[in-house]
Design a protein around this ligand. Structure first.
Ligand code: ATP
Ligand code: MG
Length: 882
């Protein structure tokens, strides 16, 4: 058995002591903590999640908005510009009163960021509220439902079936408490826990901590109470979770993109710095220029655009009954290209109907119903559709007193809750002087444990070859889509169930349930098919029942595999089978997860939608675990996406929205990366070739500010249908290709502009080449040049956004969303006008003559034509753009 990884010392201490001693240790009272005590204990003994995360407060967000590299560089430049104002001017500095403008820019950018931060916070808070998990805690003498993030060490909490244990607990009460520790140990078989003190050996294994409920385990059955010993990352589960974060693909992608750009900058920036320093002599100015280039080209808006996308996406999806927990889940949701679902509630209606209760020969048998009723009633495992269907017999007219009488006569003694390995549930009741074991479960599983059968009150031995007899009797029913459970009993003297109890049973009969297909499921499946998401059915139910449901929904199900057949396949065969089969039946929970793992290894991005505790491993194994709102709490916590309605139709809308969000994010990343790449090439070339700076630092930063504002509006952009018609992988692998293709085009146009400005326009306006001019004329030359390049950069950058956001013809073939159109138009208008105003003069720019604008018009049209041609070439070659 595996050695115990490092547990909090309190666990080993407390496991060996009686819980009464713990009361003194933690100075607990039977009333529980008061709110103040709990707050104090959180301070002294540690807590799980921070209730108020310091980075999440408004002042912290305000600080972040104004304290970032962009603002800091601006501030430094402003100070420098104020200082140089006091000094005599040189040929290469533009120390006019630009300091004020810089401060204004700083304020503007800070305010925009702050507004964005507030929006993101609102969205994050809303998500947090939606996802908050609660737990029953004893506080001030009352059991209250509080957020598990507000627990304190020493709190007394109650566990119920379906709960996820929120902290490491020392149990003080355990009534048939069965926990699945599969999240920790990988073992799916539930283990029974006790509240007794257990002396531990020196190096105990996890299994030996029988009176400790570990955080992260799921309550499969029974109930219990316990004292919190460790929270958050102090728990074994918390520590493990810190180290393995799921869904790293998105983070990896985002980091890869930043990485590519940073590498370019690492090479080119020192080059720019030295080239400027050497050619222009002023190392201080060269430093600031290189710094501004760095700031201007860093994709610093990436986190902001991502949070804006998440905020926008989660708001829209919320309206469509889907909660997506994180941006990585949103990305995976959009990339999902296979969806696996369970059967009940997805393809069939949530409400099973108990249709017949019969003896072994198929006659109505009230005895079978009575036994099943007691079994479902006393069974404290997670209630599922079958138990609920049995218990609904209470609603039948004129029978209330019968069920009440039955309950009165049969007191519960013990149970082993249902689990998906045994496929049965056992309950021990007191029947007069004796104990009566009532078992209900999968027909085959129960049958295997029977030694005889009961018919009209008499016991008969099982017929020869009982399994074949069973198949003959049940096959017809199951082929009609009827779900069968067997009911058996056994008299015994002991008042508790032992490991040996569940054998030598007497078969009483069967329950037959109707699992009515959901008519809307067929349409939803067709819709998912249109989205290019094939659906696979993964169920624990019988093959014939599953096939019957599929038939009625016109889902091809001839090619199906059962769990038993799967188990006999080799790894290679399994890879093929997972690909080519769409119906899998009679699976264990582990097999469900295994199929998902294999599909992921085959390169798919796989979603799984389930609702039972048996679906937990699969939800965890999927790229996108999806749970419906009514599902067990544990499942909802483990899932990445929660559907507020369990309906495949809801999923379709969610996927579409996820894809749109993702496309907009991809747009930002690709366009920014390629235009930054082009710009950095141009800046590096200009720095080497020109005797002055191609753009003043403040102008670079201004351009950056405009670009940032444009990008923040991107999440609201409309998306072409063909871009979200198919699942799409994360763009990191093809990013380099995209950058390498479009970056040089903008570089080429920058060079053209340089040439035109340097050799034609500026000399014509200033009366000669740069080196023949006086210092004053040179200054005019530089400001003309800088204004010229500023405008060309801005126009092409705005244009490229419109050009590359769609495969189609910009504006005509695909209309951008109105906000995008308005903001970009306003940007162009304001910034072009700027060069004519005194503010422009302050920023070191001069009004340009009509000849320049004629040139600009030509160059922009040419740019448009070239990029459009390049775009269609790219699409033809690679089959995609964004
Ligand atoms: N409450 C219960 N009591 C006894 N047996 C049960 C109970 N629930 C399920 N079973 C048995 O376990 C088998 C598998 O359960 P179930 O059909 O719910 O699996 P599943 O994988 O969740 O199916 P689905 O895909 O329909 O949700 C059932 O066929 C039934 O025989
Ligand atoms: Mg299920």
């Amino acid at each position: 058995m595996a050695k115990t990884p490092s547990l909090h010392p309190r666990l080993a201490n407390c496991a060996g002591r009686s819980w009464k001693e713990l009361y003194t240790d933690f100075s607990l009272s039977p009333q529980g903590y008061t709110m103040e005590e709990a707050a104090r204990k959180r301070e002294t003994l540690g807590h799980g999640k921070e209730e108020r995360r310091p980075w999440d407060s408004i002042p912290a967000r305000l600080f972040r908005s104004f304290c970032n590299p962009f603002s800091l560089v601006l501030l430094v430049l402003a100070v420098v510009s104020f200082l140089t104002d006091l000094m005599p001017k040189t040929a290469y500095t533009h120390s006019r009163t630009t300091g004020g403008v810089m401060l204004a820019m700083l304020l503007l950018s800070g305010l925009i960021r702050f507004w964005q931060e507030l929006r993101a916070k609102k969205a994050a808070d809303r998500l947090l509220r939606l996802l908050e998990t609660t737990v029953l805690v004893l506080r001030e003498g009352q059991w209250r439902e509080i957020s598990s993030a507000r627990l304190a060490v020493g709190d007394q909490i109650r566990l119920r079936a379906g709960d996820r244990v929120p902290a490491d607990l020392r149990l003080t009460q355990a009534r048939d408490l069965f926990l699945s520790q599969s999240m920790l140990t990988g073992e799916s078989q539930p283990v029974e826990k006790t509240a007794d003190a257990i002396p531990l050996p020196k190096t105990p294994s996890l299994a030996q901590y029988q009176n400790i409920a570990f955080a992260g385990s799921a309550v499969m059955g029974g109930s219990g109470e316990g004292i919190v010993l460790a929270l958050g990352t102090d728990t074994l589960y918390g520590a493990q979770r810190e180290s393995v974060k799921k869904n790293a693909s998105f983070d990896r992608g985002a980091n890869a993109i930043a990485g590519v750009l940073l590498r370019f900058m690492a090479v080119l920036l020192p080059l720019v710095f030295f080239a400027c320093g050497l050619t222009k002599g002023n190392w201080g100015a060269a430093f600031f220029f290189a710094l501004s280039v760095a700031v201007g080209l860093t994709p610093e808006m990436l986190p902001m655009v991502i949070s804006a996308c998440l905020a926008k996406g989660s708001a829209v999806m919320g309206r469509k009954n889907t909660i997506v927990k994180s941006i990585s889940a949103m990305q995976a949701f959009g990339s999902m290209d296979v969806l696996c679902v369970d059967k009940t509630g997805t393809l069939t209606q949530d409400r099973l109907q108990l249709e017949y209760y019969m003896d072994v020969l198929g006659n109505d048998s009230p005895l079978v119903l009575d036994c099943a009723y007691l079994n479902s009633l006393y069974h404290t495992g997670v209630q599922n559709h079958l138990d609920q269907a049995v218990l609904r017999v209470r609603e039948l007219p004129n029978q209330r007193s019968h069920w009440a009488e039955l309950e009165r006569q049969h007191e519960k003694l013990d149970e082993i809750p249902f689990d998906y390995e045994r496929k049965m549930a056992s309950v021990l009741v007191k029947d007069g002087q004796q104990s009566l074991l009532l078992v209900k479960g999968d027909a085959e599983a129960v049958f295997r444990r029977c030694k005889d059968l009961c018919y009209e009150g008499n016991t008969y031995p099982l017929p020869p070859d009982p399994m074949a007899q069973l198949d003959a009797a049940t096959d017809g029913l199951m082929a009609d889509g009827v779900k069968l459970l067997a009911v058996a009993q056994k008299r015994q003297t002991e008042p508790q169930i032992t490991a040996d109890s569940e054998k030598d049973l007497t078969l009483l009969g069967f329950l037959a349930f109707f699992d009515l297909p959901k008519t809307s499921a067929a349409d939803a499946l067709a819709a998912l098919d249109r989205l290019h998401i094939p659906v696979k059915i993964l169920t624990g139910d019988h093959l014939s029942v599953t096939q019957s449901v599929c038939r009625r929904l016109s889902i091809p199900a001839e090619k199906a595999l059962t769990g038993e057949q799967l188990a006999s396949l080799s790894e290679d065969e399994l890879m093929l089978a997972a690909e080519n089969t769409s119906v899998f039946a009679e699976l264990t929970p582990k097999q469900k997860a295994k199929i998902l793992t294999v599909l992921r290894e085959n390169g798919h991005c796989v979603g799984f939608l389930g609702d039972g505790m048996n679906d937990l491993p699969a939800v965890l194994a999927a790229d996108v675990g999806i749970a419906a709102e009514g599902a067990a709490k544990t499942l909802q916590e483990a899932a990445d996406v929660i559907l507020l309605r369990k309906d495949l139709g809801v999923l379709e809308e969610g996927v579409l929205e996820g894809r749109k969000v993702f496309v907009n994010m991809s747009k930002y990343i690709r366009i920014t990366a390629s235009s930054n790449f082009g710009n950095i090439l141009a800046v590096a070339a200009a720095a080497v070739l020109l005797p002055f700076y191609p753009m003043a630092s403040v102008q670079l930063l201004l351009l950056n500010l405009l670009y940032d504002i444009l990008c923040l509006i991107l999440p609201w952009d409309s998306v072409d249908e063909e871009l979200y018609a198919r699942p799409r992988p994360w763009p990191d692998r093809k990013l380099g290709r995209f950058m390498g293709f479009f970056g040089p085009i903008s570089f080429l146009f920058d060079l053209l502009t340089f040439g035109f400005l340097y050799f034609f326009l500026c000399p014509a306006l200033c009366g000669g080449g740069f080196f023949q001019l006086t210092a004053q004329q040179q200054s005019l030359f530089v400001s003309l040049f800088q204004a010229g390049w500023f405008l060309e950069s801005m126009w092409t950058q705005v244009l490229i956004l419109h050009l590359l956001r769609t495969k189609r013809l910009p504006f005509v073939g695909s209309r951008p969303a109105l906000p995008v159109l308005l903001v970009t138009a306003a940007g162009i208008l304001v910034f072009t006008t700027l060069t004519f105003t005194p503010l422009g003069t302050l920023l070191g720019m001069t009004a340009l003559p009509p000849a320049y604008f004629l040139f600009l018009l030509c160059i922009v049209s040419l740019y448009l034509a070239v990029v459009t041609a390049a775009k269609s070439l790219y699409v033809k070659k690679y089959g995609e753009l964004i």
